[in-house]
Design a protein around this ligand. Sequence first.
Ligand code: PLP
Length: 400
Amino acid sequence: MALTFPVYLDYHATTPVDPRALEAMLPYFTARFGNAASRSHAFGWEAEKAVDRARGQLAALIGASAGEIVFTSGATESNNIALKGLAATARGTRDHIVTSVIEHKSVLDVCRQLQTEGWQVTSLPVNREGRVDPEDVRRAITGRTLLVSVMAANNEMGAIQPLAEIGAITRERGVLLHTDASQAAGKIPLDVKALGVDLMSFTGHKMYAPKGVGALYVRRRAPRIDVAPLFHGGGHERGMRSGTLNVPGIVGFGRAAEINAAELPAEAVRLAALRDRLFERLSAALPGVGLNGPREGRLPHNLNVHFTGVEGGSILMAIDDIALSSGSACSSGSVEPSYVLKAIGLGDALALASVRFGLGRFTTDAEVDYAADKVAKVIAQLRGRGAAARGARHFSTSST
Ligand SMILES: *Cc1c(COP(=O)(O)O)cnc(C)c1O
């Protein structure tokens, strides 16, 4: 099959909408445009029915019931509602949150904000494989701990966290467990009951639904959990998230969840094989290719590697026909090594010389082979150039 350019290998950043999800959405922009909160006519009832179907589709993906799904604008909002909304209900009885150093900014920065309001935050380290040790969670919990928030899987190096073990500990200690499942949902099996999770965040655009729609699972039984709303208004979503629902987006999100649930087992096997083939091809072509993150217990569609002996910033600049991400983040104009890669023990140079490959539903064998060959060629060239520059420097110093 002919390749089309640029090749997209950045599925952790966002995914395209699945055409089947788009098809389900389209009538809800036009003929079925009703407001799901309109109780007095058929337009409203039709919209409400569609939203409820989506609620069920999403709940089925994670072993929840439909009434436990709160629709939001995405995972940033879901994480904010979960952490701030729970903090607001604690009313001075508890003032401690346990989280990890590799969380997404939308958890880390909320924790930082809560610290300015008097909350204590313990940020647990991860091991070289990028995993939180459940025993660290146990040791961090005190009588004042309200909540543990640990992501289901990391967005940079794909490490799947031991949620079931953490959930057993939070259960035993009477502490709530929130997880940001933005990268894991639809990619690996998740069951909120088996995991002992009380709140779970999702976002549509990481799972083949549109941007700007997300959800928060909020446990309703054993225990029933209350979160205070961030927005006040019409009392939508059981009062937890006021605002007219994005009906077309929600319909697409529900359909996408249903497709993910149906295709997950085969897709996980296909993508893990493609991912392994990518790593093997890179390793066969080049020395000095190191895996970032775990070998086992990693998202099937994630590969993150570092290349020794190259200038970090130059890798992606030399690749203009493949969409990839690097081990750096631009913060206020300067290039900083990724805090996630530093947390697994990489030095600044190797973190900057890292590349994240995110494979997905529309990734083909030919694209993976192209990417492996292209990246190998570019790395070899950059190393050659670096060696030549060092040689020249060496010559000029020894001749004076
Ligand atoms: C993308 C992502 C988010 C943010 O989701 P939005 O819907 O874009 O706000 C949060 N957490 C993780 C792990 C993510 O990958």
